[in-house]
Each structure stands twice: as structure tokens, then as C-alpha cells.
Design a protein around this ligand. Structure first.
Ligand code: SF4
Ligand code: SF4
Length: 74
């Protein structure tokens, strides 16, 4: 389980923050706006999945997460 901490949110922003899916779907406008693997999916309507940068994230590796795209599914 990924802990919801400010430190982890900052790590997430390095990946989700620059992800094409995040930018295309304007996920910064909805809560949760980061750390989707811990805080749950984004409520943004009709999200288009373009790409996912989660596999590059250190939290993804550390917690043995799989698949990614946590902003739309868990
Ligand atoms: S969870 Fe994956 S697809 Fe969604 S914004 Fe983050 S890196 Fe992109
Ligand atoms: S695995 Fe994805 S959603 Fe979770 S912290 Fe890393 S970039 Fe963010």
C-alpha cells in the first residue's frame, strides 16, 4: 500500500504531472490530483488514456505495482 504523504505526492508529480494522459484530461482540476495509486482514481469525466508513466516511478517499483493507469482504474 502506497502511503499518502507529501513526500510521495512530490514523487508522483514527477511522473503523473508530465504524463500525456494527465495533461490531456486536465487531471489537476479534480481531486485527487496526484498519487492515484494511493488516493484512488480521478473523477474527471470521460478520460482518454494516452500513456502512463507509472512504470518509471520509484513508488511503482518499490511497491511492486502492476499495469499502472491508476488515475482511471485500480
Ligand atoms: S496514473 Fe499513469 S496514466 Fe494516470 S496520470 Fe499517472 S502516469 Fe498518467
Ligand atoms: S505509481 Fe503512478 S500514480 Fe503512483 S505515485 Fe507513481 S506515478 Fe503516481
Amino acid at each position: 500500500m502506497v502511503e499518502d504523504t507529501e513526500e510521495n505526492r512530490q514523487i508522483c508529480r514527477k511522473y503523473c504531472g508530465v504524463c500525456p494522459s494527465f495533461r490531456h484530461n486536465s487531471l489537476e482540476k479534480f481531486q485527487p490530483d496526484t498519487l492515484f495509486c494511493s488516493r484512488g482514481t480521478s473523477p474527471a469525466p470521460s478520460q482518454k488514456e494516452i500513456n502512463c508513466y507509472c512504470p518509471a516511478c520509484e513508488l511503482y517499483t518499490k511497491h511492486s505495482l502492476v499495469i499502472g493507469h491508476f488515475c482511471v482504474k485500480r
